[in-house]
Design a protein around this ligand. Structure first.
Ligand SMILES: [Zn+2]
Length: 220
């Protein structure tokens, strides 16, 4: 792991550095190491709103008619923001080196596209279902052009690709956005296939801090 870097923003993040839990650990030192090693120093996160990598889209944050200005067609014909292209390609290559063939399902979706999904979901399964499984139009991370869905299946998290992404995607700027543990915060059911790009520095801070959700990371 790289050393903790203090960022230049004046905004403070919450959470704790994972610290070096193995430092000096012998026998009972596990718990001691946790107390001594789990540094409580709060870090300063980069709220890079200039390129919007930490822009929050959830039930409470409406994106209105936002459309990314730098959408491209990248890996596997996916549409996503140019700002993440280099990291996306690096992630695909790294997975391939580990014998993992990443196959994505979708990335950018317009507000109109999300409207169709929402309306179909409500019509087919009812509103309660839609609210647990779908972002409302204007509330989806896919509208940001920063989210990638891999195979949409509840079992994806148990596949080699799902496990690899969960363990390694932070190196390329991604976080697993919706988990069983953060459902109460996000209001969205666990989605082991949905990864959100926040940039490498933010993803490292996120994963090393132990926060459970982007909402918590942003302190909202
Ligand atoms: Zn998704």
């Amino acid at each position: 792991m790289p050393p903790v870097q203090k960022e230049d923003s004046s905004l403070r993040g919450v959470g704790q550095s994972a610290g070096d839990l193995s430092a000096g650990s012998t026998g009972e030192a596990g718990s001691i190491g946790l107390e001594a090693g789990a540094v409580s120093a709060s870090f300063v996160i980069t709220r890079d709103y200039a390129d919007g990598l930490l822009r929050l889209a959830n039930h409470d944050n409406y994106l209105e008619e936002y459309e990314p200005a730098d959408l491209i067609t990248g890996v596997q014909g996916l549409r996503y923001r140019a700002v993440m292209d280099e990291d996306v390609r690096a992630m695909w290559a790294a997975a391939a080196r580990d014998g993992i063939n990443l196959v994505a399902n979708s990335a950018y979706r317009s507000k109109e596209h999300q409207s169709r999904l929402w309306n179909n979901g409500v019509a087919t399964h009812g509103r309660a279902w839609a609210e647990q499984w779908l972002a409302r139009p204007g509330h989806s991370e896919h509208q940001l052009g920063l989210a990638i869905d891999f195979s949409i299946s509840a079992s994806f998290g148990r596949t080699a690709a799902g496990i690899w992404l969960r363990e390694n995607s932070w190196r390329y700027g991604f976080i697993l956005r919706y988990t069983e543990e953060n459902r109460a915060v996000t209001g969205i059911n666990a989605e082991p296939w949905h990864f959100r790009y926040v940039g490498r520095r933010n993803a490292w801070l996120y994963s090393s801090s132990g926060v459970g959700s982007l909402e918590e990371f942003l302190g909202v």
